[in-house]
Design a protein around this ligand. Sequence first.
Ligand SMILES: Nc1ncnc2c1ncn2[C@@H]1O[C@H](COP(=O)(O)OP(=O)(O)OP(=O)(O)O)[C@@H](O)[C@H]1O
Length: 252
Amino acid sequence: MDCILKVEHLTKTFVSQGRDDYTAVDDVSFSMNYGEKLAIIGESGSGKTTIVNMITRLLDVTSGTVYLDGEEITNLSGKKLKPVYKKMQMVFQTPTESFDPRQTLGDGVAESLINHGMKRKEAMKEAENLLELCGLKKEFAKRYPHEVSGGQCQRAAIARAIAIKPKLLILDEATSALDVTVQKEILELLERLREERKMSYLFICHDIALVQNFCDRVLVIHQGKIIEEGSSDEVICHPKEAYSRRLIESVL
Ligand SMILES: Nc1ncnc2c1ncn2[C@@H]1O[C@H](COP(=O)(O)OP(=O)(O)OP(=O)(O)O)[C@@H](O)[C@H]1O
């Protein structure tokens, strides 16, 4: 298989007592090539995070199939997910919340290396190197999450996500909280890592300019369905669907 990620007929229906069933994701299929930068755009509530949560196995699928690097991962759980998370990592919007406040950033980055078999001393050294690679001085390894800025914490979150050399990074609004300069630096860092490590990026993003400048391809989601897909330039400059046009006009 020549794609890092392939999802087929992915569907999620939320069933809660006393409420009507709600299908948040409805028969979504797409694939991503190695080294590709794909964006999913859609208004709030359209199902983007639900798709990501199913891909990352934070949420069970109602139906459909997920393949990562040629292997089906749809129903894996527990220990079987360890090799999956070696290939796929996530970066979220609020990095401060994803680090343990009682641990230094160095400990946070080293943790995943230790979990994957590296000795602690070696992992701490590697954590410093990773922080440096992500544009933070080694000293930041000794700082706690509340002692750094949002942008610095996001760099540390990227350092942690790339520590075990994943092939796919999923970024859910990962640069939304950052100012334009920091955002630009982080995107440059991601591009460098992509070239060096052939990584693929799945972006969940409201920032159309970022999608156009950074991503190769875009999926437009409306009410849980893909309603349009194509190259970033095609979809953003010449959307075919009225919904895509409205969405793009509303955020530009
Ligand atoms: N656990 C749940 N139970 C019931 N409905 C849910 C649950 N989680 C999400 N939903 C609903 O599913 C729909 C899709 O939500 P989702 O979080 O995937 O949207 P989104 O596109 O990521 O939105 P945003 O851009 O605001 O993060 C929403 O209508 C949401 O209310």
